[in-house]
Every structure is written in structure tokens, then in C-alpha cells.
Design a protein around this ligand. Structure first.
Ligand code: ADP
Ligand code: MG
Length: 726
């Protein structure tokens, strides 16, 4: 064919100014030019867009590109129009356009100017567009981010399922599907659903040798670890992914409080704010973006040096995409993930509200992530295996597991037990079931299949119960087992698995990491352990003299817990002082100065090195409810009405209000006291507190209890503390 001779490199240079194709680009483009369906699997940043952009400019007719990312369409269209001599070579249709713009696009298409039309899947389904496009000659269809077709991908979009019927309606033409993530399962789904079973597949290696993978136990001091890590990589660009918007906001605030140039990014922020943040990151006015997964789709910053996962990702597909944003230029890319069993349980719990089928998929994807995190096998090997690629090297030299390898143990016997068990239950069950079976747990499921009556049931009772997960995972990687693609997750024997049963051989494995212990270990109240008794005594003295001078009881100045913490954390300025429990801005300002001076002097005199980690500043994390309560009180809404509005009972409201006041915020509840208490009564209780040397409620009840109710006492105590202590 004449086309074969076409000088594509010349076209590449002519249109895009690039000198040569990247990876498989040329072969992909030729395949499409020849009129064949094409399937492209290329990691993020590999250059997928060009695989449809260039042929669209060469071929007769107009190409339709289906892409879920409305925000990126404009960008891509601008790029194409920027390199074209004529206007209108590329256009897009999506919900953001008004009537006039749509008419303009249609006119350009009808006069044949337009070679490339980007459409959002939900727009394509509109009858109006379908009938319009029927009259247009289509060169081919490109389905970008094709994993959106599959429920097993990390970003399922139901509208993507309707693409094939729409193509049939608009007019048949070759299809090119492109994605950066696809397990066997997702790949099968895509081909089936798009009806391109015979498509030629172009799969580039997914290995990113420059990315370093590490999984750390997520402990209470995660914020400190992250701050420390970022400080060690000062001035470099990085992304921290969190699962919830709330965590994003909080962590970004903590980072900022620690002089790190960071900003939050999530779908709840308005689009102006988001693009502003994105620009600031690209221009390096901001070093670190704290984001939900909404950030990063299509962002092309080549020198992101680290990607941190604050929470366990929901799927390895997502994880791989997100880590893939590090080190695109081939330079350093550190990928650190924090993992805890607790997070896993939380996510599983979270899924319970969803439809059963979706839950099942979600749970299995989550299990894959957990397997990845807990395993001591080379991370690279596991990831590539997950994406259907074999990594041959024994040690990749660039992940935590390869840098600190565990000693291997013999797993031959355990593997034999597993393989025989899987054969016995007819290769029809998933990992959890197999483990229950070999360990001899007669679950309802097992009993209903009468599998507890089989000889192989409980064959592994004598082995360490922790061995089974690693054995099965490593047998999958070694190719003794495979997971079924049709019925995802069912464990099947491979040919070498069957051979192993006949003649077993050594199978060296590494045990999993145990994340459950680390989970609990840091939970204890370590706070007062390191209390400095000399300092504590001096702080108490200072409190006493301060209180006497001001004519208030000592606890009004600072509570005991606050002094204890000061004697542990050594805050030396007002900002640090506000990190101390029970000290808010007001209190710090009012009483803090001499305390900070005392602590600073004490540190100097005794050569006390304040622990590095304690210099991490936190931000006041007022819960949304607390903020609402404060606002309501400012608007003088009756306290019982606030409780009703918040859906809590009155006592709980008082607890909240007390917590607010104790942490140093001034509240004026006089308007409410005027309504519910006599003035003399207020005065009576108030004077009790000014004279008493404790704010303890029990003691107050004993003293005043005959005349006043607990609620009355608490209300006046709030007034008192607010006025005197804050
Ligand atoms: P993907 O969609 O696979 O993540 P893109 O299509 O966005 O990747 O391309 C990533 C980057 O690579 C873009 O900046 C693009 O301009 C660049 N690129 C693509 N093909 C080539 C090429 N042949 N030579 C140089 N740069 C290229
Ligand atoms: Mg792309």
C-alpha cells in the first residue's frame, strides 16, 4: 500500500516538531492508518495522545476522540489548533459549551475543516449529536482512558459502556482504545465491550526503573514523618494523596504551619481555585500539593520528585497511576505509602453501603493493594505482575524490600498443601476460601459445599497460619497459580502448578510484614512519660504567683494537663504554646509570655535539646461542629436550640462548649444565662468559682448542689472560665 511508504517521521516533524517517535507510536499509527482496530497500553506520559492526533490530521474525514476529562479537552484542542495553520482543526463538544459555540463547532465540522473532535461520553449519548454526526465522515474513533469501560478499572464510568452501540449508529470506522492501566481483566473487558476482540495490541513495558517504592507502617506520628521527609527534600516538588477532602485540608494546613509551601487540592474547591493551585505548582510557587485523586489527571510536570500516599489506595491501578506522576523525566521519583490494617478495615466498612456486586469488586481490588503492601517480595515485581508483565531480575535495587531483603524460608510443603487443596476444590474458589480450607476452618460456605468432608480439608493445620497469604501470592508470581479472568479471583492451577504436585521442588519464599503490631504500638499515651519534674515544679510556681497577682484561681491560668505537657514538649514561643492541650490563642496571649520565657531559660541553663519532632507544629483542628456552635453562640441562639439543630442532647452540647472554652476560645453566653437563671444565682455560683481553688464539678456540686442543679453550675462555670481564663 502507498501508505506504508508514507514518511511518518516527516509528518511528525511537520505537525508536532518532534524528531522521532516514542516507543511504539509509529507502529501504532501505521496500524490505525491501515484501518485496523488498535489497543494501546502505555504508561502515563508515554505519549498516547499523539497516537490518534497525528493520524487524524493525515486521514480523510474527522476523528472522534472520547475522553472523560473535560478539563483537559480544551487544553488538547488548543495544542492542536496551535500547531495548525487553519483555525478549527480541532474542536470539542461537552456540557461546558453554550448554544452559539456549539453552532460554531458544527459549522466547522460541516465544511470539513475539523479533523479531530473531542467528545465527553455523556455528550456523545445525546440524540442531537448522534444524528448530527451520522452525516459526517468519521476517520476513526479513539477511546482515551479506555479503562473507564471496566468496573474492574479504577475509574469506572457507566456511559463508557454505551460507546459501541453509538459507533454503530454514527458510522462504523476503526477504533483505537488507549489506557495506562489495564490488568488482564480490564483488558478483556475493554475489548469485549468495544467489540474489538481482534484489535492488535501494543503494550509497552510498565516498568519505571527510576521510581523507588516503599511502604511504611502508618502510625500516629505520620504527620511528623511526612514533614521530616519533605524537609529532607526541601524545594523539590511532591504530591501527597489522601482519600478524604477533610484529611487533605488538615494535612495541608499542618504542612503550611511548618513552613512548607503546600496547598490543598480536591474536587470540593471551586475550579478557579483549583487551576490557580495547579498553576502555582507548575510554576513552583508551591512545592507540595496535598490532594485527593482529583489532582494529577493529565498534569504533566516532569520533575515531581516524590508521591506520598497518606492512605492506602483503593486499587493498585490507582496507586500505579498516582505514583506514575513522579519522575516522569526519568530522574528521582520516591513513592512512599503509609499502610495500616485499620485503614483497610475502614475502607471495607465504607463499602458496605454499596450494591453487592460493586462491594465484591471493591473488596477484591482492596485485597490486591493489601497484598502488595504486606508482602516482602520486590515491589516492582509485584506491580508488574499485577499488570501482566514478568520482571525477571531477582533484586530491583530500588524498592524497600530489595534494599532490605528478608531471609527466605522454605515454602515447598506449604505450597504443596495449597496446590492439592485447590485441585481438591476443583479450582473454583478464591484466596480466602482456600486459606479457610487448608487451615481447617469449617465456615458456612465450606460446609455448604461439603468441603469439610474432603481429605485435604485442614491439611495445613500444623503450619504457621501466617504462611498462607504469602505462599499463595508468591505462587501466583512464580506462575504455579493464576487468577481467573472471567470470574475474577478464582485460583486456578497452571501447568507448572500441576507439575509441582507430581514432583515438588524447593520453593523459597519471604514472609509477609506484620502491620498489625505497629498499628497498636504507638497508641499509648506517651505524653507524660518524659515529663521534666524540675520544670514542672517551676511552672506550677509561676502559675501560682500569676494567679495571685491576677486574683484568680491557678487553674484559670493553666490547667494541670497543660503544665504537664509544657514540661514535656518545651514550647518556647506563643505559636508552639498553642499546641499544648488546653491552650488556645487567647490564653497563650494572655498568660503565655512568662511561661515561654521560663521554659526557654530552663532549656538553655540545662542544655536541654528540644526533641526535633516536637517542633512540628499542629493546627487547631476545630471540628466542624465546634465551629458551628461558636458561630451560633455569636449569633446569640439559645443553647437548647443549638443542641436541637446539631442533633445532640443538651449535656453533649455543654461538653462541646466546655471543650471550646477550655481550649482557650472566649464565648459569651450571657444572653442565655439571662434567660434561664436569676442574676443573683449567677453571681452566687460565679463567686464560688472565683474563690475556689478548683474548677472540679464534683466539688462544686458538693458545695452548691443543694441550691443549684448541675446544669446551672456548669453554665456559670462556662461563663466564668470564658471571662477569667481566656
Ligand atoms: P499519555 O497520554 O500517554 O500520558 P501524553 O500523550 O500526554 O501522554 O504525552 C506525554 C508527553 O510526551 C507530552 O508532553 C507530549 O508532548 C510528549 N510526546 C509525545 N510524543 C512525543 C515524541 N514523539 N517526542 C517527544 N515528545 C513526545
Ligand atoms: Mg493521555
Amino acid at each position: 500500500m502507498a501508505r506504508k511508504e508514507m514518511n511518518l517521521t516527516g509528518k511528525l516533524k511537520q505537525y508536532f516538531g518532534f524528531d522521532k517517535f516514542k516507543g511504539d507510536q509509529e507502529a501504532i499509527i501505521r496500524n490505525l492508518l491501515d484501518g485496523n482496530d488498535t489497543f494501546v497500553l502505555m504508561p502515563t506520559g508515554g505519549g498516547k495522545s499523539l497516537c490518534y492526533q497525528l493520524p487524524s490530521l493525515i486521514m480523510d474525514g474527522m476523528a472522534i476522540v472520547i475522553s472523560p476529562l473535560i478539563a483537559l479537552m480544551k487544553n488538547q484542542v488548543d495544542v492542536i489548533n496551535g500547531i495548525s495553520e487553519e483555525e478549527g482543526v480541532a474542536h470539542y463538544l461537552n456540557s461546558s459549551l453554550n448554544k452559539a459555540s456549539i453552532d460554531h463547532v458544527k459549522a466547522d465540522i460541516l465544511c470539513g475543516k475539523t479533523k479531530l473532535l473531542y467528545v465527553a461520553p455523556e455528550s456523545l449519548t445525546k440524540e442531537e449529536y448522534v444524528s448530527f454526526l451520522k452525516g459526517v465522515k468519521i476517520s476513526f474513533y479513539a477511546i482515551d482512558e479506555a479503562h473507564c469501560i471496566s468496573e474492574w478499572g479504577h475509574d469506572f464510568r457507566p456511559e463508557y459502556r454505551r460507546i459501541r452501540p453509538l459507533i454503530n449508529e454514527i458510522g462504523i470506522a476503526p477504533v483505537i482504545a488507549l489506557t495506562a492501566t489495564a490488568t488482564d481483566k480490564v483488558r478483556t473487558d475493554i475489548k469485549k465491550n468495544l467489540g474489538i476482540a481482534d484489535a492488535k495490541e501494543f503494550k509497552s513495558s510498565f516498568n519505571r526503573p527510576n521510581l523507588y517504592y516503599e511502604v511504611r507502617a502508618k502510625t500516629q506520628d505520620i504527620d511528623k514523618q511526612i514533614i521530616k521527609f519533605i524537609r529532607q527534600h526541601q524545594g523539590k516538588s511532591g504530591i501527597v494523596y489522601c482519600l478524604s477532602r477533610k484529611t487533605v485540608e488538615e494535612l495541608a494546613a499542618v504542612l503550611c504551619a511548618n513552613d512548607i509551601k503546600a496547598a490543598p487540592y480536591h474536587a470540593g474547591l471551586d475550579s478557579a481555585k483549583r487551576s490557580q493551585t495547579q498553576d502555582a505548582f507548575l510554576m513552583e510557587r508551591i512545592d507540595v500539593i496535598v490532594a485527593t485523586i482529583a489532582f494529577g489527571m493529565g498534569i504533566d510536570k516532569p520533575d515531581v520528585r516524590f508521591v506520598i500516599h497518606y492512605d492506602i489506595p483503593k486499587s493498585l491501578e490507582g496507586y500505579y497511576q498516582e505514583t506514575g506522576r513522579a519522575g516522569r523525566d526519568g530522574g528521582e521519583g520516591l513513592c512512599i505509602t503509609f499502610y495500616s490494617n485499620n485503614d483497610l478495615r475502614k475502607l471495607e466498612k465504607f463499602m458496605e453501603g454499596k450494591p453487592v456486586a460493586e462491594q465484591d469488586i471493591g473488596r477484591q481490588l482492596l485485597q490486591e493493594t493489601a497484598a502488595y503492601a504486606e508482602s516482602s517480595v520486590c515491589r516492582r515485581k509485584m506491580l508488574l505482575h499485577y499488570f501482566g508483565e514478568t520482571y525477571e531480575k531477582a533484586n530491583c535495587g530500588n524498592c524497600d524490600n530489595c534494599l532490605h531483603p528478608k531471609t527466605k524460608i522454605e515454602g515447598m510443603n506449604a505450597l504443596l498443601i495449597v496446590l492439592c487443596a485447590i485441585a481438591a476444590i476443583k479450582e473454583n474458589f478464591r484466596t480466602d476460601y482456600v486459606i479457610d480450607f487448608v487451615t481447617g476452618r469449617p465456615t458456612d460456605d465450606i460446609v455448604s459445599h461439603k468441603h469439610n468432608e474432603l481429605e485435604e480439608f485442614g491439611a495445613g493445620e500444623d503450619e504457621d497460619p501466617h504462611i498462607w497469604n504469602p505462599v499463595i501470592r508468591q505462587a501466583l508470581i512464580a506462575g504455579y497459580l493464576k487468577k481467573d479472568v472471567e470470574n475474577y479471583g478464582l485460583l486456578k492451577l497452571t501447568a507448572s502448578g500441576k507439575k509441582f504436585i507430581k514432583s515438588p521442588q524447593s520453593f523459597m519464599i519471604v514472609e509477609d510484614k506484620d502491620f498489625s503490631e505497629e498499628d497498636e504500638s504507638d497508641r499509648g499515651e506517651a505524653r507524660t512519660v518524659a515529663l521534666d519534674p524540675a520544670l514542672y515544679a517551676m511552672l506550677k510556681d509561676l502559675r501560682k504567683t500569676t494567679a495571685e497577682k491576677l486574683g484568680v484561681p491557678p487553674y484559670v491560668v493553666f490547667q494541670d494537663v497543660s503544665l504537664e505537657q509544657m514540661a514535656t514538649m518545651y514550647p518556647v514561643n506563643l505559636a508552639e504554646l498553642q499546641n499544648i492541650q488546653g491552650v488556645g490563642a487567647g490564653k497563650a496571649k494572655r498568660y503565655g509570655e512568662p511561661f515561654c520565657r521560663l521554659i526557654a531559660d530552663h532549656c538553655k541553663e540545662n542544655d536541654i535539646e528540644r526533641p526535633e519532632e516536637l517542633r512540628v507544629r499542629t493546627v487547631a483542628k476545630k471540628s466542624i461542629q465546634k465551629v458551628k456552635i461558636i458561630q451560633a453562640i455569636d449569633r446569640q441562639i439559645a443553647l437548647d436550640d443549638i443542641a436541637t439543630a446539631e442533633g445532640i442532647d443538651f449535656d453533649d452540647l455543654l461538653n462541646e462548649v466546655e471543650a471550646i472554652v477550655y481550649s482557650g476560645t472566649k464565648l459569651n453566653i450571657d444572653y442565655f444565662l439571662d434567660d434561664v437563671l436569676d442574676e443573683e444565682h449567677v453571681e452566687d455560683i460565679y463567686s464560688y468559682f472565683s474563690e475556689s481553688d478548683t474548677d472540679d464539678l464534683e466539688t462544686a456540686m458538693q458545695e452548691l448542689g443543694d441550691d443549684y442543679s448541675e446544669t446551672e453550675i456548669r453554665l456559670v462555670r462556662i461563663k466564668f472560665l470564658s471571662e477569667m481564663a481566656n
